[in-house]
Design a protein around this ligand. Structure first.
Ligand code: ARG
Length: 464
């Protein structure tokens, strides 16, 4: 490849008698999408070149020319003036070709002691590390929005559900804190994944390492890696770090999706628990009365897309013999889309949460229906000395009786309740009211307002 080469001749074209056909060139090219790695490619090339110079593999003048050329390339890319070309296949060749154009001979020395195989693995890890940091910050903002809302609703009563049937009263704040916990685990998983992402592949070269006296630790340090990949064959071939990230992302999306499903249900007028802010609802082009929770639905829908990418990445890897195979070029589009989808969903979700209007009365009214404190009555009987199974049976009879009267358990008169157990006294209503039920669950992890407030304080502290 000579400087000023506009023919699209590949650096490896010396090996072949005929150039690739246009069809093959288009088929194999990845620059349309992997140019997104350009900033990381340049950063890694700079660290590599500095190490080559320090190790005496290239000269000081070579390094100066490479640094100058790469700086110019970075500004051309930033300015949108860089001439990306399919003819140069991928982001690595495009940048290298331009460097040779700008720097001449020294540019040709940059690729000493490396291969595109360790180069692309390095770029991808740098990209992913930055993406993880961005996602982690977004998760924290969702967690903060959850805590702000939970703070307002530490005492707001709502029906807790199992099987989407009224189960027991809980506070809305407590319900929100359940999601806080899920996102806290997501953040931990990502932090753990980051430790495995943050290893330097460079130095592995094509697969077998290099005969030059390279200093991998130096490159690792300059690029902010925690260490180097310990095996050159593994370094260039596995993409488990990307798969792991996609799995973490799929779980975050799953949690977002569950919450969105609840918002969709709660926003239905039959529930009427919440109203989604105007900016996050959409109307219908035909039905004038409609107010649709499209944003929540889209987040739920995009979860399928992220799950799909996870499966794509797993499938991409499973049949590959060691070491590098071109299959791995197919890792980028799914991975990029996972990052883009996840960051977009987290950002919009945090804002949507901030604009949610909670209808306390509707929640409380729903909690008063469905005999939500039946378990409290059973527990009351146990405290009076009745065995739990017997208590359960007595309360079941009482519920049937209430239903036959078309009323709630808590609305039965004392004399009526006493038909089902002689142990029932006036204090039963402390257990049967929603407030009494909530207040009694004050242990760690419980839904009592005092406990919810303590949990919020603890959660805030954990966010720092
Ligand atoms: N564009 C390639 C990729 O994404 C870069 C590595 C190509 N290496 C090779 N030997 N063909 O994986």
């Amino acid at each position: 490849m000579s400087a000023n080469d506009k023919t699209g001749k590949k650096p490896w074209s010396g090996r072949f008698a005929e150039p690739a056909t246009g069809l093959v060139q288009r088929f194999t090219a990845s620059v349309a999408f992997d140019r997104r790695l350009a900033v990381f490619d340049i950063e890694a090339s700079l660290a590599h070149a500095r190490m080559l110079q320090a190790a005496g593999i290239i000269g000081q003048a070579d390094l100066a020319a490479i640094e100058k050329g790469l700086a110019q390339i970075r500004s051309e890319i930033d300015a949108g003036a860089f001439a990306w070309s399919d003819a140069y296949e991928d982001v690595h060749f495009n940048i290298e070709r331009r460097l040779i154009e700008l720097a001449g001979e020294p540019g040709k020395r940059l690729h000493t002691a490396r291969s595109r195989n360790d180069q692309v693995a390095t770029d991808l890890r740098l990209f992913l590390r930055a993406a993880i940091d961005q996602v982690a910050a977004l998760i924290r903002s969702v967690q903060r929005a959850l805590l702000d809302l939970a703070d307002e609703h530490a005492e707001t009563v709502m029906p807790g559900y199992t099987h989407l049937q009224v189960a027991q009263p809980v506070t809305f704040g407590h319900h929100l804190l359940a999601y806080f916990e899920m996102f806290a685990r997501d953040a931990q998983r990502l932090a753990d994944c980051r430790r495995r992402v943050n290893r330097l592949p460079l130095g592995a070269a094509a697969l077998a390492g290099t005969s030059f006296p390279i200093d991998r630790q130096r490159v690792a340090k300059e690029l902010g890696f925690d260490g180097v990949c310990e095996n050159s064959i593994d370094a260039v071939s596995d993409r488990d770090f990307a798969i792991e990230f996609a799995a973490c992302a799929a779980l975050v999306m799953t949690h977002l999706s569950r919450f969105c499903e609840e918002i969709i249900i709660w926003a239905n007028p039959r529930f009427g628990f919440v109203e989604i802010a105007d900016g996050f609802s959409t109307g219908s082009s035909i039905m004038p009365q409609k107010r649709n929770p499209d944003v929540a639905e889209l987040i739920r829908g995009k979860t399928g897309r992220v799950n799909g990418h996870l499966v794509a990445l797993l499938t991409l890897m499973k049949g590959q013999p060691l070491a590098y195979n071109r299959d791995n070029q197919e890792d980028k589009e799914p991975l990029f889309d996972v990052v883009d989808t996840l960051t977009a969903c987290l950002a919009v979700f945090a804002e949507m949460l901030g604009g949610i209007k909670v209808q306390r009365e509707a929640m409380a009214a729903a909690a008063r229906q469905g005999h939500a404190t039946a378990t409290d009555l059973a527990e009351y009987l146990v405290r009076k000395g009745v065995a739990f199974r017997e208590a359960h049976e007595a309360v079941a009879q009482a519920v049937r009786f209430a239903e036959s009267r078309n009323c709630e358990l808590a609305e039965l008169k004392l004399a009526e309740l006493q038909r089902f157990s002689s142990r029932i006294a006036q204090d039963v209503y402390d257990a049967l009211t929603l407030e009494g039920s909530l207040k009694s669950r004050s242990h760690i992890g419980g839904t009592a307002p005092v406990r919810v407030k303590a949990a919020i304080a603890k959660a805030r502290k954990s966010l720092g």
